[in-house]
Design a protein around this ligand. Sequence first.
Ligand code: ADP
Ligand code: MG
Length: 344
Amino acid sequence: MSDQNRTEINKLGEFGLIDKIAEKFSKQNNSTHYAIGDDAAVIDVGDYYQLVSTDMLIEGVHFDLSYFPLHHLGFKAVAVNVSDIAAMNGIAEQITVSLALSNRFSLEAIDAFYEGVKAACDAYKVDLVGGDTTASPSGLMISVTAIGKVDKDKIAYRSGAKVNDIVCVTGDLGGAYMGLQVLEREKQVFLENPDMQPQLDKYQYIVGRQLKPEARMDLVHELLDLKIVPTSMIDISDGLASELHHIAKHSDVGINVHEDKLPFATNTQETALEFKLDPNTAILNGGEDYELLFTISQDDFEKVKNHPDIHFIGYVNEKSSGLNLVTTKGNPIPLKAQGWDHFS
Ligand code: ADP
Ligand code: MG
């Protein structure tokens, strides 16, 4: 190919690239109910939908083994995939785990990784049913696929949000991002002075959010018990702003979220200020919290209004009003999505 025909991937971005790939394919099987574009693919197997989601974790891009213990990495690799099944309001049942590894890794290292995989399998009640193992010229690459199921009338896509729905988010946001900042800083300190011990005590909560994220399967079960089907749902892997954009775009709606309703932990806020960062930047654009962002109909509000871990952060509006952050002073400002873009 001549250079004149060359389009740089970073011009398209991750989502532009995925759209280009998706354009080439049309479905050949009726069982393919929903293909590319949501947190998981949806396969019609008769009585229920089967859900399939896959994610890769690459050394040097998604994790740094100088501060990421292998057993935590094993847990996280499973949790982030289970989280995508949860984001469809589904329940994960099986996983496959594929590894490409260089000769830098010993049996003991791989054992530690699989201790984490096993802990996650136990925590989320999923079975490891296969995978692939191969050599890598350098570094570690992990690919996990999760398979789950959901009743046909309970599935939650990114696309179902309706005007007047309430926007909800679980847990607290921005912690995983601030945890990463701390780990990166301590790594630099260590590289400059190997006698220094990392100072992590003060940051235990946010470092835990980065190294030990949990998939919110608990919430999926709770919603099931409460007989609530979210009108739309997505998990927060790239950051709240980016995920709100996905819901707004797929649902063809506008959304207002309120600055004073955004949930964060004190540890996140204090650390952001210490790093001279606006805590809102971490909350809106920090990724990897793996909380669930969803919308519910106003009729369901009574059932969850006192829930300790669900936060009501805004409302769905007509598309024409756009996606906005309503500041504490009451001014709506358009919300930009700054998800992780590994290509830039
Ligand atoms: P998530 O952040 O929830 O894991 P992604 O942004 O990674 O979702 O992916 C969005 C959608 O694009 C998913 O349906 C995913 O399966 C699909 N996708 C991503 N990369 C590719 C690819 N290389 N080929 C086909 N589909 C892809
Ligand atoms: Mg997702």
